[in-house]
Design a binder for this molecule. Structure first.
Ligand code: PAF
Length: 282
C-alpha cells in the first residue's frame, strides 16, 4: 500500500476511489471492499482518500471534535488490501490563491426543505466542493459512497452527472451494529448511555415501514423517538430520488421512498435512513 500526499500517475490512471474523512469503521470497510472488488474487475488501483474537509462543517466545534485516528485508519486500509491512500494536506486540496472549485455545481437536491440544509446550511456546498476537487485530483473511474448519507449520495450523483464526468457512482448499503445503530465515525463520541439511547433512531426508521402513509410513518417515528428521549431535527419520509416533500402525506405514495432521521443524542449529531415501502406494497 502506498500513502500519497499529492496525486501521481498510479492514482490518476482511473482508480476506484472511496472518499472519507478518516476515523474508519466497519461501514467504511464495506465501502472499501466494494471498491477493491470493482478495482480488481477493472484492473485499476483501489484508493481511499482521507481528508477532513473544513468547508463542510458549519459548526467549528463539530470540526474540532471530529476524531483523528490516522494510524488506525492506515492499518485498516492495509488489512483491507487498499492499493493507495491519498492523504493530502489542506493546501493540496485548496491551494492558497487559486480558484479550484469554480466549476462546482451544487444540485437542487442539496437544499430540500426540512432536511440537512435546514439544519446544516452550506454543508452540501462544502461536500460538493471537496468531492469535485477529489475527483479532479484523483481522476477515478468509479467512486463509492455510503447510503447512510442518502442525501449526500444523491447530491454527488447529480453533481457528477451535471458536470459531465465519465465516472460511476457506486452506492454501498449502510452497515449496522448488532443493536441496529448505523456505523458512523461520530459514534466514537457517544457515551455508553447515549449509544444505548441512539438505538431508537434505527428502531423508528424500521418501524415506520409498517405504516401505509408517510403521515402515519412520520408520526410513529416521532412517537418512538420521543419515548427514547430524542427530539429529532427531522424524521421525514420522502421520495427516495427527489427528496421533495410528498404532495399529500395522507396518501400512499406511488414511488419508492426513504425514511430519514437526524437527531442530536448526548450532544452528538447522528443521521440515518432506511428504504420505506408501505406495507400494503410489500
Ligand atoms: O461522507 C463523508 O465522509 C464526507 O462527506 C466526504 C464524502 C468524504 C466528503 O468530505
Amino acid at each position: 500500500m502506498r500513502v500519497l500526499n499529492t496525486p501521481d500517475h498510479d492514482l490518476t490512471r482511473g482508480c476506484v476511489l472511496v472518499p472519507t474523512m478518516g476515523a474508519l469503521h466497519g461501514g467504511h470497510a464495506s465501502l472499501i471492499t466494494a471498491a477493491a472488488r470493482r478495482a480488481r474487475i477493472e484492473g485499476v488501483p483501489s484508493a481511499v482518500s482521507i481528508f477532513v474537509n473544513p468547508k463542510q462543517f458549519n459548526d467549528p466545534e463539530d470540526f474540532n471534535r471530529y476524531p483523528d485516528r490516522l494510524d488506525d485508519d492506515l492499518a485498516m486500509c492495509e488489512r483491507a488490501g487498499v492499493d493507495i491512500v491519498f492523504h493530502p494536506p489542506v493546501d493540496v486540496v485548496y491551494p492558497p490563491g487559486e480558484d479550484v472549485t469554480g466549476d462546482v455545481i451544487i444540485p437542487d437536491i442539496a437544499s430540500k426543505p426540512g432536511l440537512e440544509d435546514t439544519y446544516r446550511p452550506g454543508h452540501f456546498a462544502g461536500v460538493c466542493q471537496v468531492v469535485s476537487r477529489l475527483f479532479d485530483l484523483c481522476q477515478p473511474s468509479a467512486a463509492v459512497f455510503g447510503e447512510k448519507d442518502w442525501q449526500q449520495l444523491q447530491c454527488v450523483r447529480t453533481m457528477s452527472k451535471l458536470q459531465g464526468r465519465d465516472l460511476q457512482i457506486i452506492p454501498a448499503e449502510t452497515v449496522r451494529e448488532a443493536s441496529g445503530l448505523a456505523m458512523s465515525s461520530r459514534n466514537l463520541n457517544l457515551t455508553p448511555e447515549a449509544r444505548a439511547q441512539a438505538v431508537a433512531i434505527s428502531q423508528a426508521l424500521f418501524a415506520s415501514s409498517k405504516m401505509s402513509t408517510p403521515e402515519q410513518g412520520e408520526s410513529l417515528m416521532h412517537d418512538i423517538l420521543s419515548k427514547g428521549g430524542i427530539e429529532p431535527e427531522y424524521a421525514a419520509i420522502r421520495p427516495a430520488e427527489t427528496l421533495m416533500p410528498v404532495a399529500d402525506p395522507s396518501l400512499r405514495p406511488t414511488v419508492p421512498c426513504r425514511a430519514l432521521i437526524a437527531a442530536k443524542v448526548g450532544g452528538v449529531r447522528l443521521i440515518d435512513n432506511a428504504p420505506w415501502t408501505p406495507i400494503a406494497y410489500a
